[in-house]
Design a protein around this ligand. Sequence first.
Ligand SMILES: [Cu+2]
Length: 280
Amino acid sequence: MCCMTHLSVERPSGTRLSRHLRPAILVSSLGLLLSACSLPSYGGYKGATTQGHDTHLLYAGLFTTAIVVGGITLSLILWSVFRYKKRSDAMPRQFQYHIPLEITYTVIPIIIVLLVFFFTVGVENRVDAVSSNPYVQVKVTAFQWGWNFDYPQLHVDVHGVTLQNPEMVLPTGKTARITLVSADVVHGFYVRQFNFSRYAQPGVINVFDLTVRHSATYQGQCTQFCGLYHAEMLFRVKSVPPAQFQAWVHQQQALGHDKVVAKQPSPIVKVRSTNSRTKI
Ligand SMILES: [Cu+2]
């Protein structure tokens, strides 16, 4: 009789369990909402571009949410282990099912997945968004084994050769429209501090925007094995204040760096804006 009373007091009721799990939903949502605030980098880059910074916020927000959800789950497991540890040899009350509990642990993961989906799509759209009025346009041509940076409106062309890394100069805080193509095989345009990578594919034009947040020099490289000197396909992105960028443009024009010397890309069969997925 004594044991029965004991068991009936400790039996988890649906109401009590829901009361304990309800904060889990709120806290996990809070973790994602906190992504708008300053978050740890968790070993990644915080994003030197506005687009890359958005990616960082998503990554750090999801990481924080995972820690919160994992912490709550572990706490509940430990709480259950110690709260309901064996205290007698009496058989505890047996359940075949527990509707409120089953609904709870079905609904909570669905809410989490929906929130992750919602924030991921939002960030992807912002990263892929292409401005209607970019400050500067650069056509980036990848080839075996180097990079060519052509500024068609400014009549400036920066051509890199193997073992001589070219530098793409961009204005800080301004939107740069990058048109990425390949002259031969598949290459990968990657700047790690931008949290950004795109394939340069023969016959495909990839269009995206980069808005560098701070004046600095960033290392870039090819990330797709493309032949003998793939490892030498390095480049730099140098971001300078707009006035300094204009001075650089005038200097390049004065030096006569206005002719495209890279190999012409293969005939274009597809145009791909990462935002509109336009194809022809
Ligand atoms: Cu390559």
